[in-house]
Design a protein around this ligand. Structure first.
Ligand code: TEU
Ligand code: CA
Length: 494
Protein backbone atom coordinates (compact mmCIF):
# COMPACT_ATOMS: atom_id res chain seq x y z
CA UNK A 1 0.00 0.00 0.00
CA UNK A 2 1.87 3.08 -1.16
CA UNK A 3 0.24 6.33 -0.21
CA UNK A 4 2.02 9.31 -1.70
CA UNK A 5 2.24 11.82 1.16
CA UNK A 6 0.67 15.13 0.21
CA UNK A 7 2.40 16.96 3.05
CA UNK A 8 3.66 20.40 2.12
CA UNK A 9 6.76 19.83 0.03
CA UNK A 10 8.30 23.22 0.75
CA UNK A 11 11.61 23.51 2.56
CA UNK A 12 14.69 21.32 2.60
CA UNK A 13 14.38 17.59 3.43
CA UNK A 14 15.62 18.35 6.96
CA UNK A 15 13.06 21.13 7.40
CA UNK A 16 10.33 18.87 6.00
CA UNK A 17 11.42 16.17 8.46
CA UNK A 18 11.92 18.51 11.43
CA UNK A 19 10.63 15.73 13.67
CA UNK A 20 13.86 13.77 12.93
CA UNK A 21 16.16 16.51 14.20
CA UNK A 22 14.04 17.60 17.16
CA UNK A 23 14.20 16.82 20.87
CA UNK A 24 10.76 16.37 22.44
CA UNK A 25 9.94 17.28 26.06
CA UNK A 26 6.96 15.48 27.61
CA UNK A 27 4.79 17.34 30.11
CA UNK A 28 2.26 15.55 32.36
CA UNK A 29 0.22 18.72 33.06
CA UNK A 30 -1.27 17.52 36.36
CA UNK A 31 2.20 17.39 37.94
CA UNK A 32 4.09 20.10 36.05
CA UNK A 33 3.22 23.51 37.56
CA UNK A 34 0.15 24.78 39.44
CA UNK A 35 -0.64 28.46 38.79
CA UNK A 36 -3.76 28.93 40.97
CA UNK A 37 -3.02 27.11 44.21
CA UNK A 38 -5.57 24.29 43.83
CA UNK A 39 -2.76 21.72 43.98
CA UNK A 40 -3.26 20.60 40.37
CA UNK A 41 -0.93 21.56 37.52
CA UNK A 42 -2.56 23.59 34.75
CA UNK A 43 -2.07 25.28 31.35
CA UNK A 44 -1.12 28.73 32.76
CA UNK A 45 1.46 26.91 34.89
CA UNK A 46 3.01 25.47 31.73
CA UNK A 47 2.97 28.95 30.13
CA UNK A 48 5.01 30.26 33.07
CA UNK A 49 7.77 27.71 32.40
CA UNK A 50 8.22 28.04 28.62
CA UNK A 51 11.45 30.03 28.97
CA UNK A 52 12.85 27.20 31.12
CA UNK A 53 12.17 24.81 28.19
CA UNK A 54 13.77 27.25 25.73
CA UNK A 55 16.87 27.41 27.96
CA UNK A 56 17.00 23.58 28.02
CA UNK A 57 16.93 23.72 24.21
CA UNK A 58 14.08 21.35 23.37
CA UNK A 59 12.14 21.85 20.13
CA UNK A 60 8.78 20.14 20.69
CA UNK A 61 6.50 19.80 23.72
CA UNK A 62 4.23 16.74 24.02
CA UNK A 63 1.39 17.44 26.44
CA UNK A 64 -0.32 14.46 28.07
CA UNK A 65 -4.11 14.78 27.75
CA UNK A 66 -5.79 18.01 28.85
CA UNK A 67 -9.24 17.31 27.34
CA UNK A 68 -12.37 17.23 29.53
CA UNK A 69 -12.15 14.10 31.72
CA UNK A 70 -13.45 12.66 35.02
CA UNK A 71 -9.79 11.79 35.69
CA UNK A 72 -10.30 8.13 36.50
CA UNK A 73 -7.01 7.63 34.65
CA UNK A 74 -5.81 11.23 34.95
CA UNK A 75 -7.07 12.39 31.58
CA UNK A 76 -6.56 9.18 29.58
CA UNK A 77 -10.36 8.80 29.93
CA UNK A 78 -11.78 11.56 27.76
CA UNK A 79 -15.38 12.73 28.09
CA UNK A 80 -15.17 15.56 25.52
CA UNK A 81 -12.40 15.70 22.90
CA UNK A 82 -13.08 19.37 22.07
CA UNK A 83 -13.14 20.82 25.59
CA UNK A 84 -10.30 21.64 28.01
CA UNK A 85 -10.29 19.79 31.35
CA UNK A 86 -11.82 22.16 33.91
CA UNK A 87 -8.90 21.76 36.35
CA UNK A 88 -6.37 22.66 33.66
CA UNK A 89 -8.00 25.90 32.44
CA UNK A 90 -9.94 27.15 29.43
CA UNK A 91 -9.72 27.02 25.63
CA UNK A 92 -8.49 30.62 25.83
CA UNK A 93 -5.65 29.40 28.09
CA UNK A 94 -4.85 26.74 25.48
CA UNK A 95 -4.87 29.22 22.61
CA UNK A 96 -2.57 31.54 24.59
CA UNK A 97 -0.20 28.66 25.41
CA UNK A 98 -0.05 27.47 21.78
CA UNK A 99 0.67 31.01 20.53
CA UNK A 100 3.35 31.51 23.20
CA UNK A 101 5.01 28.21 22.26
CA UNK A 102 5.03 29.06 18.56
CA UNK A 103 6.37 32.54 19.35
CA UNK A 104 9.35 30.82 21.01
CA UNK A 105 9.89 28.37 18.15
CA UNK A 106 8.45 25.50 20.18
CA UNK A 107 6.02 23.04 18.58
CA UNK A 108 3.13 21.45 20.47
CA UNK A 109 2.17 17.75 20.13
CA UNK A 110 -1.06 16.54 21.69
CA UNK A 111 -1.93 13.15 23.17
CA UNK A 112 -4.53 11.40 20.99
CA UNK A 113 -6.40 8.81 23.10
CA UNK A 114 -8.80 7.04 20.74
CA UNK A 115 -8.54 3.35 21.55
CA UNK A 116 -11.09 4.21 24.24
CA UNK A 117 -12.92 7.17 25.70
CA UNK A 118 -14.53 7.84 29.07
CA UNK A 119 -17.78 6.12 30.10
CA UNK A 120 -18.97 9.70 30.71
CA UNK A 121 -18.51 10.64 27.03
CA UNK A 122 -21.86 11.41 25.36
CA UNK A 123 -21.24 8.60 22.89
CA UNK A 124 -21.22 6.00 25.69
CA UNK A 125 -24.08 7.64 27.58
CA UNK A 126 -26.17 7.32 24.41
CA UNK A 127 -24.92 3.78 23.70
CA UNK A 128 -26.20 2.66 27.11
CA UNK A 129 -29.74 3.93 26.47
CA UNK A 130 -30.67 0.92 24.35
CA UNK A 131 -29.25 -1.86 22.21
CA UNK A 132 -30.52 -0.16 19.07
CA UNK A 133 -29.28 3.33 19.91
CA UNK A 134 -27.33 4.85 16.95
CA UNK A 135 -24.21 5.07 19.19
CA UNK A 136 -24.42 1.47 20.46
CA UNK A 137 -21.95 0.21 17.86
CA UNK A 138 -19.39 2.89 18.74
CA UNK A 139 -18.34 0.38 21.42
CA UNK A 140 -17.55 -3.36 21.64
CA UNK A 141 -20.52 -5.21 23.16
CA UNK A 142 -20.93 -8.96 23.65
CA UNK A 143 -23.68 -11.07 25.26
CA UNK A 144 -22.80 -12.94 28.47
CA UNK A 145 -21.09 -16.31 28.17
CA UNK A 146 -23.23 -19.44 28.69
CA UNK A 147 -22.50 -19.25 32.43
CA UNK A 148 -23.73 -15.65 32.51
CA UNK A 149 -20.20 -14.30 33.03
CA UNK A 150 -17.94 -12.20 30.80
CA UNK A 151 -17.58 -13.32 27.16
CA UNK A 152 -13.85 -14.11 27.59
CA UNK A 153 -11.37 -14.55 30.44
CA UNK A 154 -9.40 -11.47 29.37
CA UNK A 155 -7.71 -9.41 32.10
CA UNK A 156 -7.85 -5.62 31.99
CA UNK A 157 -4.51 -3.76 32.14
CA UNK A 158 -5.73 -2.21 35.40
CA UNK A 159 -6.72 -5.56 37.03
CA UNK A 160 -9.93 -7.59 36.97
CA UNK A 161 -12.01 -8.58 33.97
CA UNK A 162 -11.69 -6.62 30.72
CA UNK A 163 -15.51 -6.83 30.45
CA UNK A 164 -18.12 -4.89 32.43
CA UNK A 165 -21.79 -5.90 32.45
CA UNK A 166 -24.21 -3.11 31.58
CA UNK A 167 -27.22 -4.58 33.38
CA UNK A 168 -30.02 -2.45 31.86
CA UNK A 169 -29.19 -3.75 28.37
CA UNK A 170 -27.85 -7.16 29.50
CA UNK A 171 -24.58 -7.05 27.55
CA UNK A 172 -20.90 -6.69 28.45
CA UNK A 173 -18.67 -3.96 27.01
CA UNK A 174 -14.92 -4.33 26.51
CA UNK A 175 -12.52 -2.08 28.46
CA UNK A 176 -8.85 -2.89 28.01
CA UNK A 177 -8.00 -0.52 30.86
CA UNK A 178 -10.40 0.66 33.56
CA UNK A 179 -14.15 0.01 33.41
CA UNK A 180 -14.54 3.77 32.98
CA UNK A 181 -12.56 3.53 29.71
CA UNK A 182 -14.76 1.61 27.19
CA UNK A 183 -12.87 0.59 24.05
CA UNK A 184 -14.05 2.29 20.85
CA UNK A 185 -15.21 0.03 18.03
CA UNK A 186 -12.81 0.89 15.20
CA UNK A 187 -14.34 -1.59 12.73
CA UNK A 188 -17.31 0.85 12.71
CA UNK A 189 -16.53 3.47 9.99
CA UNK A 190 -18.56 6.05 11.95
CA UNK A 191 -16.01 5.80 14.79
CA UNK A 192 -13.13 6.37 12.38
CA UNK A 193 -14.91 9.39 10.88
CA UNK A 194 -15.50 10.86 14.36
CA UNK A 195 -11.83 10.41 15.24
CA UNK A 196 -10.57 11.94 11.99
CA UNK A 197 -12.86 14.95 12.54
CA UNK A 198 -11.60 15.58 16.08
CA UNK A 199 -8.02 15.29 14.86
CA UNK A 200 -8.68 17.98 12.23
CA UNK A 201 -10.28 20.20 14.91
CA UNK A 202 -6.97 20.42 16.76
CA UNK A 203 -4.71 20.40 13.69
CA UNK A 204 -6.68 23.32 12.24
CA UNK A 205 -6.03 25.17 15.51
CA UNK A 206 -2.33 24.85 14.67
CA UNK A 207 -1.09 21.97 16.81
CA UNK A 208 1.97 20.26 15.43
CA UNK A 209 1.15 16.58 15.81
CA UNK A 210 -0.01 13.71 17.96
CA UNK A 211 1.33 11.10 20.29
CA UNK A 212 -1.16 8.28 19.78
CA UNK A 213 -2.10 6.36 22.92
CA UNK A 214 -1.94 2.52 22.47
CA UNK A 215 -2.69 3.09 18.80
CA UNK A 216 -1.82 -0.52 17.89
CA UNK A 217 -4.80 -1.64 20.00
CA UNK A 218 -7.38 -0.19 17.60
CA UNK A 219 -7.44 -3.49 15.71
CA UNK A 220 -7.99 -6.58 17.86
CA UNK A 221 -7.99 -10.30 17.07
CA UNK A 222 -11.52 -11.12 15.89
CA UNK A 223 -13.66 -13.92 17.32
CA UNK A 224 -13.11 -13.25 21.04
CA UNK A 225 -10.75 -16.21 21.76
CA UNK A 226 -10.14 -17.33 25.34
CA UNK A 227 -6.69 -16.46 26.75
CA UNK A 228 -4.33 -19.22 27.90
CA UNK A 229 -4.34 -19.77 31.66
CA UNK A 230 -0.89 -18.65 32.84
CA UNK A 231 -1.61 -17.49 36.38
CA UNK A 232 -4.00 -18.03 39.30
CA UNK A 233 -7.41 -16.38 39.18
CA UNK A 234 -10.15 -16.08 36.54
CA UNK A 235 -8.58 -13.29 34.45
CA UNK A 236 -5.67 -13.92 32.11
CA UNK A 237 -3.28 -11.62 30.19
CA UNK A 238 -4.66 -11.01 26.70
CA UNK A 239 -2.15 -8.58 25.17
CA UNK A 240 -1.67 -10.91 22.19
CA UNK A 241 -5.33 -10.46 21.27
CA UNK A 242 -5.62 -6.70 21.74
CA UNK A 243 -2.53 -5.40 19.92
CA UNK A 244 -1.40 -5.52 16.27
CA UNK A 245 -4.72 -6.89 14.94
CA UNK A 246 -5.32 -7.71 11.25
CA UNK A 247 -6.74 -4.30 10.26
CA UNK A 248 -4.23 -2.07 12.07
CA UNK A 249 -2.31 -0.91 8.98
CA UNK A 250 -5.61 -0.45 7.12
CA UNK A 251 -6.92 1.92 9.81
CA UNK A 252 -3.60 3.79 10.09
CA UNK A 253 -3.40 4.04 6.28
CA UNK A 254 -6.89 5.52 6.22
CA UNK A 255 -5.90 7.98 9.01
CA UNK A 256 -2.88 8.99 6.96
CA UNK A 257 -4.90 9.48 3.76
CA UNK A 258 -7.76 11.31 5.47
CA UNK A 259 -5.79 13.45 7.94
CA UNK A 260 -2.08 13.04 8.57
CA UNK A 261 -0.85 13.50 5.00
CA UNK A 262 -2.50 16.93 4.80
CA UNK A 263 -0.40 18.50 7.58
CA UNK A 264 3.30 19.03 8.35
CA UNK A 265 3.24 17.29 11.72
CA UNK A 266 5.00 14.87 14.08
CA UNK A 267 3.23 11.57 14.72
CA UNK A 268 4.42 8.99 17.25
CA UNK A 269 2.43 5.87 18.06
CA UNK A 270 2.54 4.31 21.52
CA UNK A 271 2.67 0.62 20.61
CA UNK A 272 3.14 -1.95 23.39
CA UNK A 273 4.00 -5.45 22.21
CA UNK A 274 5.76 -4.60 18.94
CA UNK A 275 9.06 -5.79 17.43
CA UNK A 276 11.22 -4.06 14.78
CA UNK A 277 9.20 -5.57 11.90
CA UNK A 278 6.07 -3.86 13.25
CA UNK A 279 8.20 -0.73 13.63
CA UNK A 280 9.17 -0.78 9.96
CA UNK A 281 5.59 -1.38 8.80
CA UNK A 282 4.35 1.61 10.81
CA UNK A 283 7.25 4.04 10.27
CA UNK A 284 8.57 3.07 6.85
CA UNK A 285 10.04 6.16 5.21
CA UNK A 286 7.98 5.65 2.03
CA UNK A 287 4.55 4.38 3.03
CA UNK A 288 4.63 4.07 6.81
CA UNK A 289 1.59 5.86 8.27
CA UNK A 290 3.49 7.25 11.29
CA UNK A 291 6.81 9.07 11.74
CA UNK A 292 7.87 6.90 14.69
CA UNK A 293 6.63 4.65 17.51
CA UNK A 294 7.33 3.99 21.19
CA UNK A 295 8.34 0.36 21.54
CA UNK A 296 8.43 -1.28 25.00
CA UNK A 297 10.99 -4.08 24.82
CA UNK A 298 13.54 -2.09 26.87
CA UNK A 299 10.80 -1.18 29.35
CA UNK A 300 10.14 -4.86 30.05
CA UNK A 301 13.71 -5.88 30.97
CA UNK A 302 13.09 -5.75 34.74
CA UNK A 303 9.76 -7.57 34.99
CA UNK A 304 9.03 -11.26 34.40
CA UNK A 305 5.53 -11.82 33.00
CA UNK A 306 4.30 -8.68 34.71
CA UNK A 307 5.89 -5.32 35.56
CA UNK A 308 5.09 -6.05 39.19
CA UNK A 309 7.13 -9.28 39.17
CA UNK A 310 10.38 -7.33 39.56
CA UNK A 311 13.67 -8.88 38.45
CA UNK A 312 17.08 -7.14 38.32
CA UNK A 313 17.47 -5.55 34.90
CA UNK A 314 19.88 -7.34 32.59
CA UNK A 315 22.30 -4.80 31.09
CA UNK A 316 23.42 -7.14 28.30
CA UNK A 317 19.80 -7.78 27.32
CA UNK A 318 19.09 -4.02 27.50
CA UNK A 319 21.98 -3.31 25.11
CA UNK A 320 20.86 -6.09 22.74
CA UNK A 321 17.36 -4.60 22.60
CA UNK A 322 18.61 -1.08 21.89
CA UNK A 323 20.95 -2.45 19.19
CA UNK A 324 18.19 -4.55 17.61
CA UNK A 325 15.99 -1.48 17.23
CA UNK A 326 18.84 0.70 15.93
CA UNK A 327 19.86 -1.90 13.33
CA UNK A 328 16.27 -2.97 12.60
CA UNK A 329 15.01 0.47 11.61
CA UNK A 330 18.24 1.97 10.18
CA UNK A 331 17.57 3.34 6.70
CA UNK A 332 13.99 2.02 6.79
CA UNK A 333 11.99 3.53 9.65
CA UNK A 334 12.70 5.89 12.55
CA UNK A 335 13.19 5.27 16.27
CA UNK A 336 11.91 7.25 19.20
CA UNK A 337 14.50 7.28 21.98
CA UNK A 338 13.16 7.28 25.54
CA UNK A 339 13.79 5.90 29.00
CA UNK A 340 11.10 7.88 30.82
CA UNK A 341 7.49 8.92 30.59
CA UNK A 342 4.44 9.33 32.87
CA UNK A 343 3.99 5.55 33.10
CA UNK A 344 7.55 4.49 33.84
CA UNK A 345 9.74 4.69 36.99
CA UNK A 346 12.44 7.36 37.01
CA UNK A 347 15.40 6.12 34.89
CA UNK A 348 18.09 7.26 37.34
CA UNK A 349 16.50 5.02 40.01
CA UNK A 350 15.66 2.19 37.61
CA UNK A 351 18.75 1.97 35.39
CA UNK A 352 21.27 4.19 37.25
CA UNK A 353 22.08 4.94 40.86
CA UNK A 354 19.92 7.51 42.64
CA UNK A 355 22.22 7.76 45.64
CA UNK A 356 25.92 8.57 45.53
CA UNK A 357 26.12 8.46 41.71
CA UNK A 358 22.76 10.12 40.94
CA UNK A 359 24.05 12.96 38.79
CA UNK A 360 26.78 10.95 37.11
CA UNK A 361 24.45 8.08 36.21
CA UNK A 362 21.74 10.48 35.00
CA UNK A 363 24.29 12.03 32.62
CA UNK A 364 25.50 8.57 31.51
CA UNK A 365 21.95 7.46 30.66
CA UNK A 366 21.26 10.68 28.74
CA UNK A 367 24.48 10.25 26.74
CA UNK A 368 23.64 6.61 25.93
CA UNK A 369 20.20 7.64 24.66
CA UNK A 370 20.85 10.91 22.81
CA UNK A 371 23.69 9.58 20.71
CA UNK A 372 21.56 6.90 19.09
CA UNK A 373 19.70 7.40 15.81
CA UNK A 374 16.18 8.60 16.40
CA UNK A 375 14.21 11.37 18.10
CA UNK A 376 14.99 11.73 21.82
CA UNK A 377 12.22 12.32 24.38
CA UNK A 378 12.92 14.02 27.72
CA UNK A 379 10.24 13.49 30.38
CA UNK A 380 9.57 16.32 32.85
CA UNK A 381 12.11 16.20 35.70
CA UNK A 382 14.40 13.72 33.90
CA UNK A 383 16.63 16.72 33.09
CA UNK A 384 16.91 17.33 36.84
CA UNK A 385 17.75 13.73 37.70
CA UNK A 386 14.49 13.41 39.66
CA UNK A 387 14.21 10.05 41.41
CA UNK A 388 11.58 7.48 42.36
CA UNK A 389 9.56 8.22 45.46
CA UNK A 390 8.90 5.91 48.42
CA UNK A 391 5.66 6.83 50.17
CA UNK A 392 5.29 5.03 53.51
CA UNK A 393 1.70 3.98 52.84
CA UNK A 394 -0.31 2.88 49.81
CA UNK A 395 -2.73 5.67 50.84
CA UNK A 396 -0.27 8.28 49.52
CA UNK A 397 -0.38 6.74 46.03
CA UNK A 398 -2.87 8.02 43.45
CA UNK A 399 -2.45 5.92 40.29
CA UNK A 400 -5.39 3.58 39.68
CA UNK A 401 -3.13 0.96 38.06
CA UNK A 402 -1.13 0.84 41.32
CA UNK A 403 -4.15 0.98 43.63
CA UNK A 404 -6.08 -1.69 41.70
CA UNK A 405 -3.05 -4.00 41.66
CA UNK A 406 -2.53 -3.54 45.42
CA UNK A 407 -6.21 -4.19 46.22
CA UNK A 408 -6.25 -7.35 44.10
CA UNK A 409 -2.88 -8.68 45.34
CA UNK A 410 -3.58 -8.04 49.05
CA UNK A 411 -7.39 -8.19 49.12
CA UNK A 412 -8.10 -11.00 46.67
CA UNK A 413 -4.91 -13.07 46.64
CA UNK A 414 -3.89 -12.44 50.26
CA UNK A 415 -0.32 -11.40 49.44
CA UNK A 416 1.87 -9.79 52.13
CA UNK A 417 1.33 -6.00 51.92
CA UNK A 418 5.05 -5.35 52.46
CA UNK A 419 5.97 -7.60 49.53
CA UNK A 420 3.43 -5.81 47.33
CA UNK A 421 4.70 -2.40 48.48
CA UNK A 422 8.25 -3.39 47.51
CA UNK A 423 6.99 -3.74 43.90
CA UNK A 424 5.03 -0.46 44.20
CA UNK A 425 8.17 1.43 45.27
CA UNK A 426 10.03 0.19 42.18
CA UNK A 427 7.35 0.23 39.46
CA UNK A 428 4.40 2.46 40.39
CA UNK A 429 3.57 5.04 37.73
CA UNK A 430 3.40 7.58 40.56
CA UNK A 431 7.21 7.52 40.62
CA UNK A 432 6.95 9.68 37.50
CA UNK A 433 3.96 11.71 38.67
CA UNK A 434 5.17 13.44 41.83
CA UNK A 435 5.25 17.21 41.26
CA UNK A 436 8.12 18.67 39.25
CA UNK A 437 10.61 20.09 41.75
CA UNK A 438 11.13 23.77 40.85
CA UNK A 439 12.60 25.13 44.12
CA UNK A 440 13.51 24.11 47.69
CA UNK A 441 10.29 25.76 48.93
CA UNK A 442 7.24 23.79 50.15
CA UNK A 443 6.10 21.09 47.69
CA UNK A 444 9.12 21.91 45.53
CA UNK A 445 7.54 25.19 44.47
CA UNK A 446 4.97 23.21 42.41
CA UNK A 447 2.01 24.74 44.23
CA UNK A 448 1.16 27.22 46.96
CA UNK A 449 -1.67 24.86 47.96
CA UNK A 450 -1.79 21.14 48.80
CA UNK A 451 -0.60 19.04 45.84
CA UNK A 452 -2.90 16.30 44.50
CA UNK A 453 0.02 13.93 45.16
CA UNK A 454 2.81 14.61 47.64
CA UNK A 455 6.13 15.91 46.34
CA UNK A 456 9.22 13.75 46.67
CA UNK A 457 10.84 14.97 49.94
CA UNK A 458 14.19 15.29 48.13
CA UNK A 459 12.91 18.46 46.42
CA UNK A 460 14.93 20.38 49.02
CA UNK A 461 18.14 19.41 47.19
CA UNK A 462 16.93 18.25 43.76
CA UNK A 463 15.17 21.17 42.06
CA UNK A 464 15.36 23.37 38.95
CA UNK A 465 16.47 26.49 40.83
CA UNK A 466 19.57 24.72 42.17
CA UNK A 467 20.21 22.91 38.88
CA UNK A 468 20.04 25.95 36.60
CA UNK A 469 22.43 27.78 38.98
CA UNK A 470 24.99 24.94 38.88
CA UNK A 471 26.89 24.70 35.57
CA UNK A 472 27.82 21.09 36.37
CA UNK A 473 24.22 19.99 36.99
CA UNK A 474 22.26 17.31 35.13
CA UNK A 475 20.17 20.15 33.65
CA UNK A 476 23.14 21.87 32.02
CA UNK A 477 24.48 18.51 30.87
CA UNK A 478 21.15 17.89 29.05
CA UNK A 479 21.30 21.44 27.69
CA UNK A 480 24.79 20.89 26.28
CA UNK A 481 23.86 17.44 24.94
CA UNK A 482 20.84 18.86 23.10
CA UNK A 483 22.93 21.76 21.77
CA UNK A 484 25.58 19.32 20.50
CA UNK A 485 22.95 17.27 18.67
CA UNK A 486 21.55 20.43 17.14
CA UNK A 487 25.01 21.49 15.98
CA UNK A 488 25.49 18.11 14.33
CA UNK A 489 22.03 17.83 12.81
CA UNK A 490 21.16 21.45 12.11
CA UNK A 491 24.09 23.02 10.26
CA UNK A 492 22.21 26.32 10.54
CA UNK A 493 21.42 26.84 14.25
CA UNK A 494 17.96 28.35 15.03
O1 TEU B 1 -0.40 3.36 28.41
C1 TEU B 1 -0.57 2.14 27.69
C2 TEU B 1 0.21 1.08 28.27
O2 TEU B 1 0.83 0.30 27.62
C3 TEU B 1 0.10 0.97 29.72
O3 TEU B 1 -0.38 -0.34 30.01
C4 TEU B 1 1.45 1.21 30.31
O4 TEU B 1 2.44 0.48 29.62
C5 TEU B 1 1.40 0.75 31.72
O5 TEU B 1 0.55 1.65 32.36
C6 TEU B 1 2.79 0.75 32.33
O6 TEU B 1 2.64 0.34 33.65
C7 TEU B 1 -1.19 4.42 27.85
C8 TEU B 1 -0.94 5.68 28.65
O7 TEU B 1 0.43 6.05 28.52
C9 TEU B 1 -1.31 5.38 30.09
O8 TEU B 1 -0.99 6.49 30.94
C10 TEU B 1 -2.79 5.10 30.13
O9 TEU B 1 -3.15 4.73 31.46
C11 TEU B 1 -3.17 3.96 29.17
O10 TEU B 1 -2.57 4.06 27.89
C12 TEU B 1 -4.67 3.97 28.94
O11 TEU B 1 -4.99 5.15 28.20
CA1 CA C 1 -4.06 24.54 39.23
Amino acid sequence: MTVAPTAPSSGTPTERQWWKTSVVYQIYPRSFCDSNGDGIGDLPGILSKLDYLVELGVDVVWLSPFYQSPNDDNGYDISDYRKIMTEFGTMADFDELLAAMHARGLKLVMDLVVNHCSDEHQWFVEACRSKDNPYREYFMWQPPAANGGPPTNWEAAFSGSAWELHEPTGEYYLHSFSKKQPDLNWPNPKVRTEVFELMRFWLDKGVDGFRMDVINMISKTPGWPQAKVVKPGPWQPCWQFIVNGPRLLEYLGEMRREVLSHYDILTVGETPGVNPSHGIAMTDAVDGPLNMIFQFEHMDVDGRGSKWNVVPFDLVKFKQIMTRWQDGLAGRGWNSLYLANHDQPRPVSRFGNDGEYRERSAKMLATMLHFQQGTPYVYQGEELGMTNVRFASIDAYRDLETLNMYAEAVGTFGKDPEDVMSAVYVKSRDNARTPVQWTAEAHGGFTTGTPWIAANPNYRTINAAAATADPDSVFHYYRRLIALRRLRLHPHPR
